[in-house]
Design a protein around this ligand. Sequence first.
Ligand SMILES: [Zn+2]
Ligand SMILES: [Zn+2]
Length: 304
Amino acid sequence: MTEIFNSTVLETLNGPSLVQVAKNVFETQTQLNVFEKLWATWYAYMQNDTLATGLMFFLTHELWYFGRCLPWYIIDKTPYFRKWKLQPTYIPSDKEQWECFKAVLRDHLWLEAAPIWTFHPMCKTLGIKVTVPFPGLQTMLWQWAMFFFLEDMWHYWAHRLFHYGFFYKYIHKKHHRYAAPFGLSAEYAHPLEVVSLGAGTVGFPILYAYLTHDLHLFTIECWVVFRLLQAVDSHAGYDFPWSLHHFIPFWAGAEHHDRHHHYFIGNYASSFRWWDYFMDTESGPEKKIEREQRVKARLSKKVQ
Ligand SMILES: [Zn+2]
Ligand SMILES: [Zn+2]
């Protein structure tokens, strides 16, 4: 059953195909905006909220992740874009892209099989809403901003931990196979890393819903999409004049994360630059010189 409409309304929306249900929803539910109508169509068509939520999250992950990687694959094949490649001497081969694609897809299939069935019951327990209409844009905007901030903090510290001996050797090393990353390599990682860094993405919405009982599943769905785009783009390996960090100076982007893969140390955060700046873990030889100069200056001050 679905809780999105009561059974009387649901009967009037019923149809033999997804297109027919969509037509019925768009014709009768005129009070809803287009996103709410599409959302309601999916739940009304599926008639099983557990499967509807589980499948929607799985398909969203696959379509946005691989869908976002496709333009980066085309850009990698197009010599015109080389001038903006951060490590231009290394262009991923078709074989590397294919191997990476297969490994990531295989991990998605086995890691996400169980959550397809368990995610919706968990949402119900936590009071996460699935009904329409959605919350106001202002509410969603500040919740997305909060999730971006918290995930970035989690990512910074967990990623720093992953660079310590045991954790690096047995878990994080897999992700560092590519010193010059490309879009598809964003989620090329040990399953334990996928789970622990993924906890920063889904864990905070879960905690927030547990504490406040005021969160909509659509807000989480959009947040997951934003985070996927951020992860793929930061691995893409290009710094264009129109890349976001040129307009928002604290945004990390590919220029930030490419250095992490190139130098292996520093630049541990995901979305923003502030943690690496304030914790003095910025990556690259010029940052290392700056750090050494600061230490020298401090020491000579002490001597005086
Ligand atoms: Zn790393
Ligand atoms: Zn990476």
